[in-house]
Write a protein that binds this ligand. Structure first.
Ligand code: FAD
Length: 813
């Protein structure tokens, strides 16, 4: 087939992800799509995958994506005539200790919350299902009957055929060599066979996605790692419908294949491949067998399945696969270039994800907007830090090594730290800060009293910081605390049309006098919440935008992409220009007034205002706002003066017993006050009305804004889901999120956040209660509620008002 001179959409890469994306673009959107593959279809990582297909992830949306894959693989043969090898064998996950068992109980609860029937089995039940297994060390196993296995190459060929049937052109032996760019957008794809002009590009180049992205200045932070498994000869007594097994305590997995076993694992000492470019001529290639490295898996696997000791090894597969620094794949529109989309970095679950990832990516390409909450895989979760290949490699290897370790709540990564520190880092260390890391920034999670070692000790129950964080929490409620929030992402929007641009982007009314601060959501066209931030008007044509640390790239590119054509509005990231000190608590005003001549009385400086004030000879942007429900200010200070200003606040606050406070106390404080967290409580799947944030939307004003039409359409209909709080008694109960909400014994939703409120002395959870006939107040208030926590039902009380400070006085005037 000759190369077309033009295509609406060019997909690069003929692995499972590229073929699935092309299939969905052609089938669902009738798009004019051309797929280019440098070798033959499947010849990258896809052909040598083991083919296990699991579905459950900790994100509801990603689980939905994986469930879609299974539905697609089941039915694809009927459409294309090509089989996918799909077998619904079910999957057993084995637990050999109490912590793992607790993890599985939470996992099974999550599964039920997401509508999947995961069961917990006894060792005897496992033995009956898999007689060749030694179950003597098992506590039990989880069982997901709808998981299975498939043939990676067959699925991909079937998707490719389906794509062609729907009109896509798939071309082999065409290598993409570069892009022609104009005004930051791709206008043509260059190949070794000629150029193709196009409107959009989808980079599905597997482990080459990084270098293909780099040709257009786009960062795709993945790291190829060697991943091995063996295929054995036939094993007597192994059923051909034997469930797949994941044995995380032994770091191994198993799958039946033509009467033998496929067995591989995730070792703690993974072997990265190159941090440079991946060679182009890697078609259908593998690394040499490495039995020395694989021996650790072999020894563990034989203990689990003793018959393996006598089974001949037919073949070893040692292939490259792309892994990422957080174990999630990379999807969506590149922040550096609005018409390149990426689907790569599949962390050895690309076969399981392929069908669903192609489905949502195709929709994203066509709409320019993710069709559901895909934040955990969104390419905009990365930042400039992720351009550092060595850092990405170290963190990725740590994530790979943790693939099968027990996932303790609140666990932090250790590699590549400290990377970015605030000017207070050394000072906070002397206060015995225990740091966590967020987007590379070291941030104090809590402060260890003299009697406690300053380090996290993880467990499935209450962890060692539980008591000290309670002290920090109460200190903010009763006196005053200071939070180092310098990692906040900060932008300035300036220009004659800055107001017009932001007014269209923000759901709340930011057209207020100079000196006012507005809390607002940014909505997508479905009315879903894409961002949650504050906008302060510093001048007629000057706005200061502050958002969460992790959302830096995402929110910047969302705002940038939605500035109306031709407007005079410039957006600048000023994160590193300002340190942020949040001074919070009933004594905050006493402390602030001692270090500034500015009038900080409530009359002169009310809630929701922003002023420039002088502290220690420096001009400070003081924002009267709070995330903890107490009187307080966010002080945005020139970065170089952060230490000096911190010292003067600490000195002035001495008589009020001021102390630094960490992020874990912040979380507990905000849970009590009912402030929503973006990414968990509020996401692109939720509208402000559903989230109880309708008060922050300017529907009554006659101005257009992104999402308005969708909210207006929904306005006449009853809400079918609503955000609500829950309290649970019992100090031994630990809420971690995703616990099922039962109303009158029936599941109606699950927790999006869970934690502990030290003032209330109760566990606190939030989540959406769903009902197709509506969720009016009387419906919510009339039910009897329970939460399912680690598979156990426990009574809960619904709370429709903030649990702390329900009167909502103007934040402790
Ligand atoms: C040993 C092993 C076992 C695995 N087991 C499983 C499993 O059990 N379950 C599971 O879900 N996943 C598994 N995986 C992971 C799975 O194989 C991958 O996640 C998946 O194949 C990735 O597909 P892809 O389309 O992103 O990449 P690829 O299949 O690598 O496709 C990318 C394609 O892009 C092409 N390309 C690159 N650059 C260019 C260019 N410049 N121009 C044109 N074309 C280009 C390449 O030639 C390649 O064909 C395993 C992986 C390995 C290594």
């Amino acid at each position: 087939m000759t190369l077309p001179s033009h295509a609406g959409i060019v997909v690069i890469g003929g692995g499972i992800i590229g073929c699935s994306t092309a299939y969905h673009l052609a089938r669902d959107h009738k798009a004019d799509v051309v797929l280019l593959e440098q070798g033959k279809l499947t010849s990258g990582s896809t052909w040598h995958a083991a083919g296990l297909v699991g579905q459950l992830r900790s994100s509801a949306s990603i689980t939905r994506v994986l469930k879609y894959s299974v539905e697609l693989y089941k039915g694809l043969e009927a459409e294309t005539g090509l089989a996918t090898g799909w077998k619904m064998t079910g999957c057993l996950r084995l637990a050999t200790n109490a912590d793992r068992w607790t993890e599985f109980k939470r996992l099974a609860t999550t599964a039920k919350s997401f509508g999947m029937d995961m069961q917990l089995l006894s060792p005897a039940e496992v033995k009956r299902m898999w007689p060749l297994m030694d179950t003597s060390d098992l506590v039990g196993a989880s069982w997901l009957p709808t998981d299975g296995q498939a043939s990676p190459s067959d699925i991909t060929q079937s998707l490719a055929k389906g794509a062609r049937m729907h009109g896509a052109k798939l071309l082999e032996d065409v290598r993409v060599t570069g892009f022609e760019m104009k005004d930051g957008r791709i206008v043509a794809v260059k190949t070794d066979k000629g150029d193709i002009a196009c409107e959009k590009v989808v980079n599905c180049a597997g482990q080459w996605a990084r270098q293909v992205g780099a040709m257009a200045g786009i960062n795709v932070p993945l790291q190829p790692v060697k991943h091995q498994y063996i295929i054995t000869e036939k094993i007597e007594g192994l059923a051909n419908d034997a469930p797949t097994i994941r044995d995380p305590d032994r770091r191994t997995y198993f799958k039946e294949e033509v009467g033998g076993l496929v067995m591989g694992g995730y070792e703690p000492n993974p072997q990265p491949w190159t941090t440079g470019d991946v060679p182009n001529d890697w078609e259908f290639r593998l690394f040499d067998d490495d039995y020395d490295h694989f021996e650790q898996h072999m020894a563990q696997a034989i203990e689990r399945v003793p018959a393996l000791a006598n089974a001949g090894v037919k073949q070893m597969i040692n292939g490259p696969e792309s892994f990422t620094p957080d174990g999630n794949f990379i999807l969506g529109v590149a922040p550096e270039c609005a018409n390149m989309f990426v689907g790569a970095g599949f962390n050895a679950f690309g076969i399981a994800s392929g069908g669903g990832a192609g489905w949502v990516l195709a929709q994203w390409v066509v709409d320019g907007e993710a069709p559901l909450d895909l934040w955990v895989v969104d390419i905009r979760r990365f930042s400039g830090l992720h351009r550092d290949r060595d850092w990405v490699c170290d963190r990725t290897l740590e994530a790979y090594g943790k693939h099968y370790t027990i996932g303790f709540p609140h666990e932090e990564y250790l590699s590549g730290r400290p990377r970015i520190v605030s000017p207070l880092y050394e000072r906070l260390k002397t206060h015995r800060a225990v740091f966590g890391s967020k987007l590379g920034w070291e941030r104090p999670n809590w402060f260890a009293p003299g009697s406690v070692e300053p380090e996290d000790i993880y467990s499935m129950g209450r962890q060692n910081w539980f008591g000290p964080v309670g002290d920090e929490h109460r200190h903010v409620r009763e006196k005053v605390g200071i939070f180092d929030q310098s990692s906040f992402a900060k932008y300035e929007m300036t220009g004659a049309d800055a107001l017009k641009a932001l007014d269209f982007i923000c759901a709340n009314d930011i057209n207020k006098p100079v000196g006012r601060l507005t809390y607002t959501q940014l909505l997508n066209t479905r009315g879903g919440i894409e961002a949650d931030l504050t906008v302060s008007r510093l001048g007629e044509d000057r706005f200061y935008v502050v958002t969460g640390t992790g959302f830096r790239t995402h929110d910047l590119s969302w705002i940038g992409d939605h500035i109306g054509q031709g407007l005079d509005a410039t957006l600048k990231d000023v994160t590193e220009d300002f340190g942020t000190l949040s001074l919070m608590g009933p004594c905050a005003r006493d402390v602030l007034s001692a270090v500034t001549d500015a009038d900080v009385s409530n009359a002169a400086f009310p809630f929701g205002h922003a002023r420039e004030i002088e502290i220690a000879g420096h001009t400070v942007r003081a924002l009267r706002v709070t995330y903890v429900g107490e009187l307080g200010w966010e002080l945005h200070v020139p970065i170089a003066a952060t230490g000096e200003i911190f010292d003067s606040l600490m000195a002035a606050g001495k008589q009020h017993d001021i102390r630094p406070v960490g992020y874990r106390a912040l979380e507990s404080l905000r849970l009590e006050k009912g402030y929503r967290a973006w990414g968990s409580d509020i996401t692109p799947n939720d509208t402000p009305q559903e989230a109880g944030l309708g008060w922050a939307v300017k529907l009554r004003k006659n101005t257009d804004f992104v999402g308005r039409r969708a909210l207006e359409t929904a306005a006449g209909k009853p809400l079918t889901k609503r955000f609500a709080g829950f309290t649970v008694d019992g100090p031994e109960i630990v809420l971690v999120g995703r616990e099922t909400i039962l109303r009158n014994g029936e599941p109606v939703g699950y927790l999006t956040s869970g934690g502990y409120g030290y003032t209330l002395e109760k566990n606190i959870g939030y989540g959406y209660v769903r009902n197709t006939d509506g969720v009016a107040d009387h419906f919510l208030a009339s039910g009897e509620y329970e939460l399912v926590v680690a598979m156990k039902r426990t009574p809960a009380k619904i709370q429709l008002e903030p649990m702390y400070d329900p009167a909502g006085e103007k934040i402790k005037a």
